[in-house]
Design a protein around this ligand. Structure first.
Ligand code: CA
Length: 220
C-alpha cells in the first residue's frame, strides 16, 4: 500500500511517517501544494492524507482538482480546521473521511484501514484469499488457520496481492506498493521477498503467471 502524506508541519509529518512506515505502508511526502499536485498527477496512490492549510495553496483546491478529473483515490483530510463548516466542506469536496488535529496515531491508522476497506467494497476487516487470512490491524496472517510469521516487506507484498483478488500484479506494480520515493530498491528485491513469502505460505498459494506477474491462487 502506497500513501501520499501531504503535511507542511515537519515534526507532525515525521511522526506520522514513522507510524505509517511501521504499519507497513510505503510513503511519499509532500510539504506544499505544488509538490502534492505533481505527485497526485504522476503517481497512483492507495490513499492520500491531506492537510488543508499548505504553503502554495489550499488542500481543498487539490482535492477538488483530483475529483474533477475523475480520480477516485481515497482522501483522508487531516487538519486543524475543526469548524463544522470546514468538515462539511471537506467531505462534500470529495474527501472520504476527516480527522481533526490533534489526533492519536492509533485513530489515524484505524481510519485509514476503514477508508481502504470501504474503497475496496469490503465490509469485513480481515482479508481472505483461498486458505490465507490477513488482518491489517494486527498484521496477523494465517494459512489454513495456522499463524505464519512474515517480515514487514513480505506482509506488504501479501497485502498488495490480497487487496486485488484475481488481479495479476507485475514486479513494477509490486515495487510501487513497497517503496516510496526515497527508498532505494535493489533490482531483484521484490523477487527475493516474493520467494521468501511463497516459501512461508506453502506451495501454490501465490501463483506466478509467467512473464506477467503474481496473483493469489483462488482456491486452497
Ligand atoms: Ca498545515
Amino acid at each position: 500500500m502506497r500513501l501520499l502524506l501531504v503535511e507542511d508541519d515537519a515534526m507532525l509529518g515525521d511522526a506520522m511517517a514513522r507510524g505509517l512506515r511501521a504499519d507497513g505502508f510505503a510513503l511519499d511526502r509532500a510539504a506544499d501544494a505544488g509538490t502534492a499536485g505533481t505527485a497526485l498527477r504522476t503517481q497512483a496512490y492507495d490513499l492520500v492524507l491531506l492537510d488543508l492549510g499548505l504553503p502554495g495553496g489550499d488542500g481543498l483546491v487539490l482535492l477538488r482538482g483530483l475529483r474533477a478529473r475523475g480520480d477516485a483515490t481515497p482522501v483522508l483530510i487531516v487538519t486543524a480546521r475543526d469548524a463544522l463548516a470546514s468538515r462539511v466542506a471537506g467531505l462534500d469536496a470529495g474527501a472520504d473521511d476527516y480527522l481533526v488535529k490533534p489526533f492519536e496515531l492509533e485513530e489515524l491508522a484505524a481510519r485509514i484501514r476503514a477508508v481502504l476497506r470501504r474503497h475496496a467494497g469490503r465490509g469485513a476487516p480481515r482479508l481472505q484469499a483461498g486458505p490465507v487470512t490477513l488482518d491489517p490491524a494486527t498484521h496477523a496472517v494465517t494459512v489454513r488457520g495456522e499463524p505464519v510469521a512474515l517480515s514487514a516487506r513480505e506482509f506488504a507484498l501479501l497485502r498488495a496481492l490480497m487487496d486485488r483478488p484475481g488481479a495479476v500484479l507485475s514486479r513494477a506494480q509490486l515495487e510501487e506498493k513497497l517503496y516510496g520515493w526515497n527508498e532505494g530498491v535493489d533490482s531483484n528485491a521484490v523477487e527475493v521477498h516474493l520467494h521468501a513469502l511463497r516459501r512461508k505460505l506453502g506451495t501454490g498459494v501465490v501463483r506466478n503467471v509467467r512473464g506477467v506477474g503474481w496473483t493469489m491462487a483462488d482456491a486452497s
